[in-house]
Every structure is written in C-alpha cells, then in structure tokens.
Ligand binder design. Structure first.
Ligand code: ADP
Length: 397
C-alpha cells in the first residue's frame, strides 16, 4: 500500500509518499512560490539524490501536483513506475467548520463543505480544494481523503468553544472556537498515552505544540476538551509572528492611530507580531536565544512572554480538566529546546512537576523527561503530521 500525502498551503505544496507496509518515506518534497515569481521545487527520494530549489513553471496548484507526479515517476529521481501504484491520496485540509469530526473520503458533499468554509480558512481551504481537484483530474479513480486540522477539536464542549458575543452570530455565521493543528494534537496525545503508559480510559493529557505556529490542547480520555487556537489560528499563544490573545479593542486602536483598515491590522497581527514583533529580531527561537545571550533585552522579553503564556495556558487546562497526568511537548521548539521546556515546567513546580535535567538536554526523540517521583509525567513526542495523515487515509480506504 502506497499513500501520497499532500499539504497545500496558500503558495506551497508539501508532499510525502509513504510505503505503508513499514511506514517508510519513499520520497518527499516541496513546491514553493506557486503562482508567484520564480517558483521552485525540491524533491528528495529515499536512497538516491534528488534536486533542490529547482526553478520550475508553476502557475497554480494543479501544475504543482503535475510536477509532483512527474518527479515521482521520473526515471532518475522517481520512486514508482506508474501512478496506479499509489492507492490513495491524503490531503491536509485546514477547516471543516462544524461539519466533520473525523477524516472523510472525498466526494461532492465533502468538496461542498470545504468550499463553504473558504471564509473560515481563506488562505488554505481554496488551495486544499485545488489540490484535491488536481488529483481527481490527474489520478482518476484514486481515492482522496480529507484530513481536517479542525476535526480532532470537535469534541470540545459548548462552554469551551462558544465566544461570549451575541448568540445570533454563532447561529448565523458559525462563529466559535474551532482549533487547529488537530492532526498533531491527535497523534501526539495518542502517542503520549501509549508511550507514557497511561490508561486510555482514565487519562488527562496536555499537548503543547510549540513551533512557529503554536497551540495547546487539553485531552481527556483521548478526546479534546479545549484548545488554544480559535475561529482562526490567531487566538491563544504568542507565536512566531502571531500575537495570540489580545484585547480585541487593540485592532480598532491601531487602525485609527495608523490609518489602516481592519484587514491591514489583522495582517500585522498575523504576520508581524508574536516574538518577531516584540523582539524585532526574528520569529525563530534559535535567533532569539542567540540575541538574548548577546544582551538583547527585547529578545529576552519576547521569550519570557512566550513561556509565561504557555505556562498560564497549561495551568488553565489543568483547572479545566481538574488535574493532569501528562504534559507532552512537540513541534520545532517543543521537541528540540530543553531550555524552553524547563522554563515552562518551572511555573508548575507547585504541582510536583520535576524534570530530569539530563534527559531534558536531549532532543528530537520520544522520551520521558520528568523524574520518577514527578507527580506529572512530562514527555517529548516528536509530531509527524504527514504520517498521521497517511495512517488516517489508510484506515479509511
Ligand atoms: P511550523 O511547522 O509551525 O513552521 P516547526 O514546528 O517546524 O514550525 O517549528 C519551527 C520553530 O522551531 C523554529 O522557528 C524554531 O524557533 C524552533 N526550533 C527548531 N529547532 C530548534 C532548536 N534546535 N532549538 C530551538 N528552537 C528550535
């Protein structure tokens, strides 16, 4: 069984081809700057040389899918001889609104829902749909599966997902918290239960997905009960370039002072804020640490603000679940940065959270980083969203 996983962003397409017999990656790559100036593609086949940043003609996502197919079939850099070897395609799709709480095989109804949610995910849903339709056209007969970023969070109770705004806006426009990074939260919470040897029917897990985009979820007995991102990924934690929670009145205030439209201010809050905005240095935590070590006060402030917000959110979810058995760190920062993990956990010492300093220095693999006598297990679980999508796809076909 071979499964192709596609992750279409607004101007990019990431792909991985899996051999599901042993869950190995046969090839992976990325098409970038789709529809922009100087589009490029990188392709890495397993066990042989591929190509990097190759200049290609890629006016739209359909052309990108075509190039992916050509690369997979290519005599030199390819890994299969016919597209019929691919049993299904799993697509990461951003938003399903309230329609789906699990992955689904794509049919006309599913495509209608993805289209209906264009307003909720204006950058991603249209690209996701184009990716699906390109596969339908270029790989006729091969099933497509939609794996939604929002699906895992659909089990949240009303009290967690409702916003305290006039109820009619929920009724008329489905305005509520949805949450994102669902594939990661689902994968990591399941691995945390397995790897941490928790009782699946009696477990309270907090997943801290700390990357450039960052979110936290509270998971009781395998079901999400709360998460930090909202109607859009802007809510919640401070991120690389997103502001996270702020007083909504700030939007109007900046708009008035700077003579900007709401759209322009939201663009600033999404792309120019977060640790990048506060530090003026970078959205990358490695750059922040370097600057901070060189005495840059704003870089230190940005890091401290980020950690403080993570710790407050974790604390809030411990209250929401009335306890916690396990805290799992994942994504770029969560998997790799022991200092960040230790900084978050230092706020939780009153709960009896104790880190094993030696273990916490390690990175990038599944591990228990708390001590034997810690009241809460603390884990590192590297996320693998592509593999999770491939598994879901396989399960559905
Ligand atoms: P996304 O998928 O949201 O783009 P990632 O999960 O790839 O983000 O995380 C990227 C971030 O992880 C980088 O911006 C960087 O700050 C952080 N990161 C990655 N590796 C390290 C490391 N070794 N030490 C500290 N931070 C790291």
């Amino acid at each position: 069984m071979k499964i192709l996983v596609l992750n279409c962003g607004s101007s990019s397409l990431k792909y991985q081809l899996f051999d599901m017999e042993n869950e190995s990656v046969l090839a992976k790559g990325i098409c970038e700057k789709i529809g922009l100036d100087a589009p490029q593609m990188s392709h890495t086949p397993a066990g042989k040389d591929g190509f990097k940043d190759k200049k290609v003609v890629m006016p739209d996502h359909k052309a990108a899918v075509q190039l992916v197919i050509e690369a997979l079939l290519d005599k030199e850099v390819g890994v299969i001889s016919d597209m019929s070897e691919v049993d299904a395609v799993g697509h990461r799709v951003l938003h399903a609104g309230m329609h789906y709480s699990a992955s689904v095989v794509v049919n006309d109804d599913v495509k209608r829902v993805i289209r209906e949610c264009f307003d909720l995910g204006p950058l991603h849903n249209p690209a996701n749909l184009i990716g699906i339709e390109a596969c339908e056209a270029l790989m006729p007969g091969t099933p497509n599966v939609a794996v939604f970023d929002t699906a895992f969070h659909q089990t949240m109770p009303e009290k967690a997902y409702m916003y305290a705004i006039p109820y009619e806006y929920f009724k008329k426009y489905d305005i509520r918290k949805y949450g994102f990074h669902g594939t990661s939260h689902s994968y990591v919470s399941k691995r945390a239960i397995d790897f941490g040897k928790l009782d699946p029917n009696n477990s309270k897990v907090i997943v801290c997905h700390l990357g450039n985009g960052a979110s936290i979820s509270a998971v009781v007995n395998g079901k999400c009960v709360d998460t930090s991102m909202g109607l859009t990924p802007l809510e919640g934690l401070i991120m690389g370039t997103r502001c996270g929670d702020i007083d909504p009145a700030v939007v109007q205030y900046i708009a008035n002072k700077e003579g900007k439209s709401v759209d322009e201010v939201l663009n600033i809050l999404n792309k120019k804020s977060g640790v990048a905005g506060v530090s003026g240095v970078s959205s990358d935590f490695r750059d922040l640490e370097k600057a901070s070590n060189e005495g840059n006060e704003r870089a230190k402030l940005a890091f401290d603000m980020f950690i403080y917000k993570v710790a407050k959110t974790v604390g809030g979810y411990i209250a929401a679940m009335n306890g916690v058995d396990c805290i799992a760190f994942t994504a770029g920062l969560g998997e790799n940065d022991g200092k960040a993990r230790a900084a978050v956990c230092s706020y939780l010492e009153f709960l009896g959270v104790k880190l094993d300093d030696e273990m916490n220095k390690l990175r990038g693999k599944e591990m228990v980083i708390s001590t034997e006598d810690s009241k809460v297990k603390v884990l590192v679980i590297p996320t693998n969203e592509e593999l999770a999508i491939a598994r879901e796809t396989l399960a559905l076909i």
